[in-house]
Ligand binder design. Structure first.
Ligand SMILES: CCCCCCCCCCCCCCCCCC(=O)N[C@@H](Cc1ccccc1)C(=O)O
Ligand SMILES: [Zn+2]
Ligand SMILES: [Zn+2]
Length: 505
């Protein structure tokens, strides 16, 4: 069918477009919500549970750099966890747990059906340092509740997931509910420095124990987004089914030093500054249409207007205007291309001395449709200056894409659990734009999902590693219940349609 329509994609963009593909996606059935309906379906956030979260936020379990972290506080946070969840750590015969490398934690919860392959839940107990202290609305290690929000470093990265998983597991065990499917829990202690003392040692230990494969893995990741994707109303639960690669580059320029009264025409600082500017002014190309983000947009169709569906059904045709639109916000720009962040710039020795060396660190997050080599080659071509030395300090290729279809069990468990907590949400496969500890576990499963049940609104993505990290009290209750539903749903042989978890959620 061929016809012309006039469409408004967002308030500020109008285009006359030719539609060559009919919008059959709009006829897709809405996703169904599924759940058991019993009294033990809901864990209320009582004072005790809220206070436990607040206390968890009080530990300054900060990782600054590899080998530079508050190990005392990380250890004390572990002690607090052990003391706070008695069924997990003492009473239940179903649980075995151990400290790994003194600071990380590994748990095994025994299910009663050994024919079911276990799964793995992950989170990390360290946090990034705090900056701009004077701009926080509440002290970052206070766990203070203000206007319905719990404030603190770690509220969305990643103590929410640590405490949510623990609360859900403790509730299940204390209610004498025995899981059918066994599961592991891994809490690494150096995720924020990408170290190899935490989750990487947990992975080694699992291998030593003879664990070869798990059914699926869930770690921190993308979130429930509302008002963040232009033109899409209502909550969108974005599940990271792949993860961007990463390249850390050191750029350097070395020139002979000298007296500032007789400067050369160019200095190391000037040459390096130009190189960095070229990188910033020439972003890597949009990969829209080449990978998972196409599935993501197609899954968003139930939340879109007719005209938006037309665009999404014809990404091949609207690639350029759509890329332009998505590029305008850092959060959506990160989904469609390899991004470039110049994070450190150093040079200079003395006011009156020509600097012998200028160095800059560049942090790329690599889109899954590109390789590390392509990224470095692109940079070299863009900089186009042999005086700028480009060294790869660290790199990791993008992760493989996990199954996200109707028959992919792990994805369906996640989707069902999300819909029980956010019945109006659409669940979409997405690219995890940051990096996680999952790279240590890629040999255990192809079904690796990066998802945090954090409900985010405009302005919230900036709180990751930023100022005023916070989570609403209501959202923390949803976090606990999301993990509880996930654990219960993982026991279902086949998932069947039911209801939402609780009227108040
Ligand atoms: C469906 C459209 C999507 C719109 C995008 C909206 C974005 C929403 C926010 C999602 C956030 C995610 C990023 C959080 C990353 C958390 C994990 C983390 O901080 N990891 C570190 C790991 C690392 C890497 C390199 C050196 C040290 C540590 C990270 O920086 O990625
Ligand atoms: Zn994190
Ligand atoms: Zn982080």
């Amino acid at each position: 069918m061929l016809r012309m329509v006039r469409l408004t994609l967002t308030e500020d963009v109008e285009a006359v477009v030719l539609i060559v593909r009919t919008v059959h996606l709009s006829q897709r059935p809405a996703q169904t919500s599924q759940c058991r309906q019993t009294d033990s379906d809901f864990i209320p956030l009582n004072e005790e549970r809220l206070q436990r979260f607040q206390k968890a936020l009080g530990f300054e379990s900060v990782s600054r750099d590899s080998g530079d972290s508050n190990t005392d506080e990380i250890f004390k946070f572990g002690e607090f966890i052990i003391a706070s969840f008695p069924h997990i750590h003492r009473h239940s015969p179903l649980v075995t747990w151990e400290r790994v490398n003194n600071l990380s934690l590994l748990y095994h919860i025994q299910g009663n059906d050994p024919s079911l392959k276990p799964y793995l839940l992950m989170a990390h107990i360290d946090v990034v340092p705090v900056t701009n202290l004077d701009q926080w609305d509440a002290p970052p290690f206070s766990g203070e509740v203000k206007d319905g929000f719990i404030y603190g470093r770690g509220t969305i990265d990643d103590k929410n997931n640590v405490m949510g998983i623990l609360e859900a597991t403790e509730f299940m065990l204390s209610s004498n509910i025995k899981p059918k499917r066994s599961f592991y829990i891994s809490f690494g202690h150096d995720e924020e420095t990408r170290g190899n003392a935490g989750a990487s040692q947990v992975a080694n230990l699992l291998r030593q124990k003879g664990v070869k494969e798990v059914e699926f893995i869930v770690d921190e990741g993308m979130t429930v987004l509302e008002g963040i994707i232009d033109g899409v109303a209502g909550p969108v639960a974005s599940v990271g089914v792949t993860e961007k690669g990463i390249v850390l580059l050191n750029l350097s320029v070395e020139l002979p030093p000298g007296h500032s009264s007789m400067p050369p025409r160019e200095t190391a600082i000037g040459i390096l500054a130009r190189a960095v500017l070229r990188l910033e002014e020439n972003p890597h190309p949009s990969m829209l249409g080449a990978g998972v983000e196409t599935d993501m947009f197609e899954s968003l169709v139930p939340k879109m207007s007719y005209l938006q569906r037309v665009v999404i059904s014809n990404i091949w045709l609207f690639r350029y205007p759509l890329s332009w639109l998505l590029s305008r916000k850092p959060s959506t720009n990160a989904v469609i291309r390899t991004v470039t962040a110049v994070t450190i710039f150093n040079s200079g020795v003395k006011f009156n001395m020509i600097p012998p060396l200028a160095e800059a660190k560049v942090n790329h997050r690599v889109h899954p449709s590109q390789t590390i080599q392509e990224v470095v080659d692109y940079d070299r071509a863009v900089i186009n200056d042999p005086r700028v030395k480009i060294e790869v300090v660290y790199s990791m290729e993008p992760h493989p894409v996990a199954g996200h279809g109707e028959s992919d069990f792990g994805y369906q468990v996640l989707r069902t659990s999300v819909r029980q907590i956010w019945p109006e949400a659409v669940v979409v496969p997405a690219i995890m734009v940051g990096n996680t500890d999952t790279f240590n576990f890629l040999n255990f499963s192809t079904n690796v999902y990066r998802f945090s049940p954090t409900h985010m609104f405009p302005g919230d993505p900036e709180r990751f590693h930023g100022i005023n990290e916070r989570m609403s009290v209501k959202n923390y209750e949803q976090v606990i219940n999301f993990f509880y539903h996930l654990i219960r749903n993982a026991d279902q042989a086949g998932l069947s349609p039911v209801h939402s978890a609780h009227p108040d959620l």
